[in-house]
Design a protein around this ligand. Structure first.
Ligand code: URA
Length: 231
């Protein structure tokens, strides 16, 4: 939102009065006097008018080593949720950037930056997500080919982007997909007559689950990890 509009929306001042105060050098953005009323203000900028603080919000980005058995939800009457594993002061602020099923484990990202998490999860952005998969039946050569060709999902009437399978054992593989559709990995294996028995997310783009992060522990993302999800 433009700075002049931001001031008039967050105070009792008119749009015109807001522009005047900006011109009179009464407005600071992130501590710096801002004289251009067209300056774009996002939710994480600190904005002050004279001594009055109009907005101050810190962006939070964390990775959680999700254990199986926890729901990717903020609250649930029956099952424990991943929010219960997050630092208490942040729980009310955070949302999940790319859910995992209750039975799945691995990398889960939580943030209060909605634009950033949209970039991470939007299918159109094509960010690779890598999963370690264990299946009930052997993974065949045909499965590799079918995944590379894309699997048709009748419900959404779409074909998944070409996905790569790296065979690790007869019933074990590393799968890279470029979307993050509802139950995507399980539905892909179901479509080829197989069944996923364990699913663990290893990475989203350049963000890899920290090998030193204990199950159920979380840590803030590094500035490099945050910047790897570009606008
Ligand atoms: N695909 C699934 O089917 N489940 C997950 O938890 C993640 C991706």
């Amino acid at each position: 939102m433009r700075l002049d509009r931001f001031i008039s929306k967050s105070t009792a001042h008119s749009h015109q009065a807001s522009r005047l105060m900006i011109a009179r050098r009464q407005v600071r953005v992130n501590g710096v006097v801002m004289q251009d009323p067209r300056t774009d203000i996002d939710q994480f900028m600190t904005v002050t008018l004279g001594e009055e603080l109009l907005q101050q919000q810190t962006a939070h980005y964390l990775m959680l080593h999700k254990p199986a058995g926890y729901l990717s939800a903020t609250s649930d009457p029956v099952h424990p949720t991943v929010m219960e594993l997050m630092p208490a002061p942040l729980r009310a602020l955070l949302h999940i950037g790319g859910r995992l099923d209750r039975s799945s484990s691995g990398l889960l990202i939580l943030t209060n930056d909605g634009l950033w998490s949209r970039r991470l999860t939007e299918p159109g952005k094509g960010i690779p997500k890598t999963y370690r998969v264990s299946t009930a039946r052997p993974i065949t050569h045909e499965t590799h080919q079918r995944f590379a060709d894309g699997i048709y999902f009748a419900f959404e009437d779409l074909t998944t982007s070409p996905a790569q399978l790296e065979q690790l054992d007869e019933c074990e593989a590393r799968l890279t997909i470029y979307e993050g559709r509802y139950h995507q990995v399980k539905r892909m294996f179901h479509a080829v007559g197989n069944h996923v028995v364990a699913l663990h997310r290893e990475s989203m783009g350049a963000i890899r689950l920290d090998a030193t992060l204990a199950v159920a522990a979380s840590r803030p993302l590094t500035p490099l990890e945050i910047a790897s999800i570009e606008g």
